[in-house]
Design a binder for this molecule. Sequence first.
Ligand SMILES: [Zn+2]
Length: 296
Amino acid sequence: MGVILGALEAKGLLVSDGAWGTMLQAKGMTSDDCPEEWNLSHAEDVQAVASAYAEAGSDIILTNTFGGSLLKLAKMGHGEKVVDYNRAGAANSLAAAGDAIVAGSVGPTGEFIEPLGEMTAAEMEAVFSEQIGAMLDAGLRAICVETMSAIEEAACAVRAAKHLDATVDVITTFTFNASPKGFKTMMGVGPEQVVATMGEAGADVLGSNCGNGIEQMVDIAKAFREHTDMPLLIHANAGVPELIGGKTVFRQSPEDMAARVGELVAAGANIVGGCCGTTPMHISAMKAAIADLENS
Ligand SMILES: [Zn+2]
């Protein structure tokens, strides 16, 4: 049994972390910066994010490696740095996480597998293998493939991790929008298809991150539970985005978000954390709400 499944068995419910981009922007990162480059140039800032989540009570902490694939880094002129940035990202979170499990963040590449795009599945898997391999070499025992939309791309990432080390736990989360046909990703993938395809690819934990606040995530968790008993991770945004002064902001308070955690757990979530706009304060409020659930 891997580290995350083991922790779930021991503790029942787990709390993961909140947003990274929101936190790093508060430390001065701009849209011109390559976020993964910060793992080397601003290692202390990156570690401070991980330690803030550790102090807030996160059982699982991610890494600042969301855009760390060759395909993403090459677009920013950092294509030769995949191994350096991902190793450093893993090391930064490990250095600051204390007893928390570190899961390496892997986001979409921005490219598609043929016939939609020009990549073969084997090429896509090799891209993920390079990124994930660097993080496993740095000592990680879990990977979080997140914000996915295309099912075949996500399957390549899961297979890459499992082919490198079958004992590594792999979380895979998709970003859904509500539609008349239920919750679908930008590529038209629903929870039922995620369950079927990701289960076969070898994922250990499924779920959803980003795109929705916790109210919608309750319904997404229920939709998953119609098709699977697998552990579910949910990372909701801090409410719906508002445009303020030309900037997109998420303003749901930690208390408002925490007030919905019981509903989310009742709907079937086993691991709860946050996405855009969430902070260590949101995580500690959700941690307290989960402790109340466990004591009630
Ligand atoms: Zn997000």
